[in-house]
Design a protein around this ligand. Structure first.
Ligand code: FCB
Length: 488
């Protein structure tokens, strides 16, 4: 997919000042989390270590040496957390299944105690009228599979398909919405390229091999899931698509956009939705690899019909043809490493988009979400979309009276929901929105320093306090109507 010519940044700040915006009936109002970021209980009930357990214990990799050992202790507080979701009026909850919990070491038989946890979670959700939406892989590869080569090895994709079948078979009676992978770009290019994520390798060829094997894992898993799930079940993938803008209108800067679009977006969209890798990506990376790890038949395996495409969006990406820029590179969205996460485009420069920033230093710019949704609606008509992650980190904690006021998060969510509404009004088939995140949690290499939760978590006592944004979001979810923040 090629994104449209980047439009000049549009000021959407007034979108919410106008009339109330009504969302289509049946629109899903959700929140999202992932296993390693909230569950804790990393050594309980038969779970084996994942690459994130190992990475957290590697000195210098994660801020202050934080780990997911306790996280938000969701493993032990699942009922309380589902109660919270019900109070917030959520109609759907996106979570991930920890591979090393349900299939320890990534191979062989299922672990019944691991599966039981997700059965209980699904049962609690269903009893509360909340649709469970399960992601099979949110970055927690069983450590043993990394030791056998990890995502750069083809076998990992085959193991993933077996895990998908096992999970689908065990949980498909309760869970009918499935997502194969969360943000394979991060798994491949941050995990094996820049090394800022687990397993922390810095090898551009390994990153490209990982990207292909993640694509293959997705395709194999879609088929495996469909063979075990009841009819009517829905299968999707969640991609962090980069909303790209050139620093200037020069031909060189526009070519930088093309390169990043190739290795940031079309490396997944091409094979998953269009049946093959884009020729320009192969040309841009020809000095690194001949792509002979793509076997005959792979592209057909990857190209499976999808019931939904999940879009994760936080901030746009501004690029130029020359390396560097006034601001440090933030394009990968999760901290800058010393190695590039962009094979074949590592001389491209990254720049801050203008405007207000969140605690991640990410610019607040809802027009990027609008552009992605409308571009996908144009390029892939008939493919329903979901915003599977969108949200902002702000540090707001309890005030003197114990309540937590976070007006900036409310403003962020409101402006982005207005952008979704605008895309829907223009014909994009967007079926739901999942705020990232339900709870403050373990934010990968940033440890516990970044807080994305609608619900504040005291990381010492683990007490949960819904922030004012949660109360605001509950009102939107209950009515299906977005009003300017502060208007009842
Ligand atoms: C996304 C990840 C999610 C969280 C948010 C802030 O890239 O999928 O786990 O880290 O960013």
């Amino acid at each position: 997919m090629t994104l449209p010519d980047p439009a000049p940044a549009r000021d959407t700040s007034t979108d919410t000042d106008t009339a109330a915006l009504r969302f289509p009936p049946g629109f899903h109002w959700g929140a999202a989390t992932s296993a390693y970021q909230i569950e804790g209980a990393t050594a309980e009930d038969g779970r084996t270590p994942s690459i994130w357990d190992t990475f957290c214990r590697t000195p210098g990799k994660v801020h202050r040496g934080d780990t997911g050992d306790v996280a938000a202790d969701h493993y032990h507080r699942l009922r309380e957390d589902v109660r919270l979701m019900a109070e917030l009026g959520l109609t759907a909850y996106r979570f991930s299944i920890a591979w090393p919990r349900v299939q320890p070491t990534g191979r062989g038989p299922a672990n019944p105690r691991g599966l039981d946890f997700y059965r209980r979670l699904a049962d609690e959700l269903l009893a509360a009228g909340i649709t469970p939406v399960a992601t099979l892989y949110h970055w927690d590869l069983p450590q043993e599979l990394e030791e056998a080569g990890g995502w750069p090895q083809r076998r990992t994709a085959e193991h993933f398909a077996a895990y998908a079948a096992l999970a689908g078979e065990a949980l498909g009676d309760r869970i009918t919405r499935w997502t194969t992978l969360n943000e394979p770009w991060c798994s491949a290019f941050l995990g094996y390229g820049s090394g800022v994520h687990a397993p922390g390798r810095t090898d551009p060829v390994a990153a490209l091999r990982a990207a292909h094997h993640l694509n293959l894992a997705h395709g194999l898993a879609v088929t495996a899931l469909r063979s075990v799930l009841p009819t009517g079940a829905e299968v999707s993938v969640a991609l962090n698509l980069h909303a790209l803008r050139p620093l200037s209108a020069s031909a060189a800067d526009r070519d930088a956009v093309r390169r990043i679009d190739a290795v940031g977006n079309r490396v997944f969209l091409g094979p998953m939705l269009d049946g093959g890798y884009p020729a320009d990506l192969l040309a841009d990376t020809a000095h690194l690899t001949d792509w002979s790890f793509v076997h005959s038949g792979d592209q057909a395996t990857i190209h499976q019909r999808l019931d939904r495409l999940g879009v994760n969006y936080y901030t746009p990406t501004v690029v130029s043809a020359t390396p560097g820029g006034a601001e440090p590179a933030r394009a990968d969205g999760h901290g800058a490493g010393s190695a590039s996460p962009w094979p074949g485009a590592d001389r491209v420069g990254f720049h801050q988009a203008p405007g207000e920033r969140t605690a991640m230093d990410w610019a607040v710019d809802p027009s990027g979400l609008y552009e992605l949704l409308t571009a996908l609606a144009r390029s892939h008509p008939g493919l329903p979309l979901m915003v599977t992650e969108n949200g902002a980190a702000y540090p707001d904690g309890p005030g003197p009276r114990g309540s937590v006021d976070d007006p900036r998060r409310t403003a962020y969510l409101s402006a982005h929901l207005a952008a979704v509404h605008r895309a829907v009004a223009e014909g994009a088939d967007v079926r739901g929105y999942f705020a990232w995140s339900l709870l403050d949690n373990f934010e990968w290499a940033y440890g516990y320093t970044k807080r994305f939760g609608l619900v504040h978590v005291d990381h010492r006592t683990l007490a949960r306090t819904p922030r004012s944004s949660a109360h605001w979001y509950a009102r939107v979810a209950r009515t299906g109507v977005l009003r300017p923040p502060g208007v009842a």
